[in-house]
Design a protein around this ligand. Structure first.
Ligand code: SF4
Length: 494
């Protein structure tokens, strides 16, 4: 249970014994994606600034906060199980207060309080400052300085079409979240000291029929350009060397601020921040990857030659039902352009298999596409039927068994592609960011190259270091790949 607790450093805060009052100890469990992790980091920053002590021992926390995920059914179940697990601690008198935050609150705000009476307070994704009142640390805090100036035209259109409506959601309030932190918001990193996420935008205006994120997180809104740069500079000064830009859709960055090619402009500016070594962005939307963006990636050494573009499917008819558009042919052309503009590009994608009505032929089209596109990294997820998503009303749902069969089949195709590609890397040299001792065995070190985004891609195990050399986590070293497995690599530091 304790390993779910976030670990943070509090170097500048006095210890409990140094303060004249007993500081409340707050423990955080952060579930879901890096976007949710940044929300947890912001809430922890606010709590620490207000005088709370953060702890990663469940038995030691006066208050436990569970920051939940509600993206798909499985994530909702994990969130509820974790809340119940923490509720038991409260019932056993080990903790006094239980707070639930995050996406599950946006979906089931009233239901949570009604059905889990141990929960003392809930905090939605649009009201992060309320964590102070909810945990009993501070009565209130001035609200976020961020003001939404205007929406993207697509956002206005989708709103008129009812995309963001939560009227039919039992237990949810009608108001959509519109919060967005900025560079002045306190934040405590839960990632290793050398690496940090920066959320550059929040919400989403796209109509994907399987997805309820727009209802959970609100309309797309970008952080101010200067605020992102200021945060990156601050992080770099504190020792961060790797920045990963995130948002539901990073490629729309700046459109609501009137910026054209906002992400490319932002990357260019970030590449000039001294001390940053690797910069990348995740979650690109396929038709938003512009020539200018590709050229910017290719032109700057610090910007990793890495694109993560969740394509979700490759059959035009399935994509149409998903309300995304595109086709295998369109995607292959676009991949070709990416690879020609950016030499040695690492390409990551993810797919949903077993979408309602997915025929054998559509699935075969997807398999053929995967064989041809030869992604460096690929995830495959079985369709999850979300109440509140447009796809929930579609007919011809596939059985869970068939969905899983297709998911496995697609992953097997990718496994072979990955194995061959990783083998071709043996003998090649890369820059390695050393992360520390391997999670799998104390006998190995572990690190990543620019081909590996934090947390999601395979690993590089290090089994050889030059004699007498002391290597340190968070530092970069030249390495040579000596072995390759299906997804992971083994390297020696040179
Ligand atoms: S772009 Fe991503 S977050 Fe937005 S609706 Fe589609 S799947 Fe959901």
């Amino acid at each position: 249970m304790a390993e779910k607790f976030l670990t943070v450093d509090l170097p500048s805060l006095p210890s409990a014994s140094e303060t004249t009052f007993k500081r409340r100890k707050v423990g955080f469990v952060s579930l879901g994606c890096p976007k949710n992790l940044v929300d947890s980091e912001v809430m922890m920053g606010m709590l620490a600034e207000a005088g709370a002590e953060l702890t990663h021992e469940t038995d030691d926390a006066d208050v436990i906060v569970v920051n939940t995920c509600s993206f798909i059914d499985r994530a909702q179940r994990e969130s509820v199980d974790t809340i119940l697990e923490m509720a038991q601690l409260k019932a056993a008198g080990k903790t006094q207060k239980l707070v639930v935050a995050g996406c599950l609150v946006e979906r089931y705000r009233d239901e949570i309080r009604k059905n889990i009476p141990e929960v003392d307070a809930v905090v939605g994704t649009g009201e992060l400052e309320a964590i102070l009142r909810a945990t009993g640390i501070e009565a209130s805090r001035p609200s976020s300085p961020f003001v939404i100036l205007q929406s993207r035209a697509e956002g206005i259109l989708r709103e008129q079409q009812g995309r963001f409506s939560r009227e039919s959601w039992d237990g949810a309030i009608a108001d959509l979240p519109n919060y967005l932190y900025d560079d002045t918001t306190p934040r405590l990193l839960a990632t290793p000291k050398h690496s940090a996420y920066i959320k550059i935008a929040e919400g989403c205006d796209h109509p994907c029929s399987f997805c309820i994120i727009p209802q959970l997180r609100g309309k797309f809104r970008s952080r101010r350009f200067e605020s992102v740069i200021a945060e990156a500079e601050k992080l770099a000064k504190s020792g961060v060397r790797e920045i990963t830009l995130i948002g539901q859709d990073t490629t729309c960055y700046g459109e609501d601020l009137g910026l054209k090619d906002g992400l490319a402009l932002l990357l260019e500016k970030l590449a000039a921040v001294p001390d940053l070594r690797w910069i990348r962005f995740l979650y690109a939307y396929p038709n938003k990857i512009t020539g200018r963006l590709l050229e910017t990636i290719a032109a700057h050494e610090k910007i990793c030659s890495y694109i993560d573009v969740p394509l979700q499917h490759a059959s035009a008819s399935a994509l149409k039902r998903m309300k995304r558009g595109g086709s295998a042919e369109v995607f292959l052309r676009s991949i070709e352009k990416m690879r020609t503009t950016i030499p040695n590009l690492t390409l990551r994608t993810s797919f949903i298999v077993g979408f309602p009505g997915e025929t054998e032929q559509e699935f075969e089209e997807l398999c053929d596409f995967v064989r041809e596109a030869r992604f460096d990294w690929m995830g495959a997820f079985g369709y999850s039927d979300e109440e509140g998503a447009a796809a929930h009303h579609l007919e011809k749902k596939l059985s869970a068994r068939e969905i899983e069969r297709r998911r496995k089949q697609l992953m097997q195709i990718q496994q072979k592609i990955s194995k061959r590609a990783k083998k071709a890397l043996i003998g090649k040299r890369f820059e390695l960011l050393l992360e520390g001792t391997s999670d799998e065995t104390d006998l190995l070190l572990e690190g990543r190259t620019a081909m590996h985004a934090p947390e999601i891609d395979g690993k590089v195990f290090v089994n050889d270091v030059p004699e007498g050399e002391e290597v340190l986590p968070g530092e970069f070293y030249p390495c040579e790949i000596t072995e390759a497995h299906d997804y992971d690599l083994v390297a020696r530091i040179l």
